[in-house]
Design a protein around this ligand. Structure first.
Ligand code: UDP
Ligand code: MG
Length: 316
């Protein structure tokens, strides 16, 4: 028997918390009575600076049963940081942690299999979406393109795995050693190594509330993921630069030939076009390099990724 903590980041999730807490409590109690996990397993909600009644609901839940705990962050820091705050706060209190979203889009029955794999000796168990029948075409397309792009950029990632995973206490304390401020958990966890396994499930629809990941946040997330784990974009720019330079040498020869044969008036179109094309490419290149310099800037500051305001644990 081992103690299992469930960590759930919540941002403006007042519509879903009652249902989510009921289902998760039933799940933990079932696991407990089947003798797999011990009685001091807990469900920990991390309030990521919500503006609605999320924290009040968490406090009520905590008062109603000690199975529920709450961590309140001092302000909104985004999904990845909220998740990390939860993991790092509870890591020394239990044997394993499963992280999942508040909206239960990820099938909670996969928890049984995850615990089985843990008992078989896996330190990390990834929840993998086998089907996305209920996602909109757009969500499915953008998400799958994202996983493919990440792999192309040389980031080792589990395909179609979001942040639904089990991590052992040992894996979590190693995770703590990754001090980067630009944190992208899905890319970092595979770097830990250890024995890992996968559990497949079908992704469901959000039963209430809206997605907290609009397109803008999704793009920012993808950009963050790529630039915090891969230097390939910078290499691509270098390759592009070498390519364009080679073309310009060929062009130079061509221009000289034209000059000596006396056809110099024509050619305005090609010049105007190249001014725009090269200008655009240069801006793009500067932008990508700037992205990395920005990252270095933030890393040198080594600011804390989150600040815990309150932790409602067994003692409170
Ligand atoms: N979330 C968070 N902070 C944020 C945005 C989202 O803690 O700034 C949480 C949110 O409450 C949910 C999880 O991250 O538990 C995933 O968000 P969501 O379900 O909206 O994303 P989707 O499933 O649409 O990708
Ligand atoms: Mg969701």
């Amino acid at each position: 028997m081992f103690s299992l903590y469930l960590v759930i980041p919540c941002y403006n999730e007042q519509e879903v918390l009652h249902e989510t807490s009921t289902q998760l409590k039933a799940k933990l109690e079932a696991l407990e009575s089947s003798g797999k996990i011990s009685g001091n397993s807990r469900i920990v909600f991390v309030d990521d600076g919500s503006k609605d009644r999320t924290w009040e609901i968490i406090e009520e839940l905590h008062r109603s049963s000690k199975i529920f705990q709450g961590i309140k962050l001092s302000r909104n820091r985004g999904h990845q940081n909220a998740l990390l705050a939860g993991l790092m706060t509870v890591k020394d209190r239990c044997d394993a942690v499963i992280s999942l979203d508040a909206d239960l889009q990820d099938d909670i029955d996969a928890i049984d299999e995850m615990t089985d794999k843990y008992l078989e000796g896996c330190d990390i168990v990834y929840g993998v979406r086998s089907a996305r029948k209920t996602d909109t075409f757009f969500k499915k397309f953008t998400a799958e393109t994202f996983y493919k792009a990440m792999t192309k950029m040389g980031v080792e990632m589990q395909y179609n795995h979001a942040d639904y995973r089990l991590m052992s206490r040992r894996a979590l304390s190693e995770l703590e050693g990754f001090k980067e401020v630009n944190l992208f958990l899905r890319g970092i966890v595979p770097m830990l190594g250890f024995k890992s396994g996968c559990v497949y499930y079908e992704r469901k629809e959000r039963f209430a509330g809206e997605s907290k990941y609009p397109l803008k946040k999704m793009l920012a997330f993808a950009m963050e993921g790529i630039t915090s784990l891969s230097v390939k974009p910078i290499r691509m720019i270098t390759t592009l630069g070498v390519g364009i330079f080679s073309v310009s040498i060929i062009m130079l020869i061509y221009f000289l030939v034209r000059y000596f044969t006396g056809h110099t008036i024509q050619g305005w179109t090609s010049i105007a076009l190249s001014v725009w094309a090269i200008g655009g490419l240069q801006l793009l290149a500067i932008g990508i390099i700037g992205e990395y310099i920005g990252k270095i800037y933030l890393e040198t500051k080594a600011r804390p990724k989150y600040i815990v305001d309150r932790y409602l644990d067994d003692k409170e």
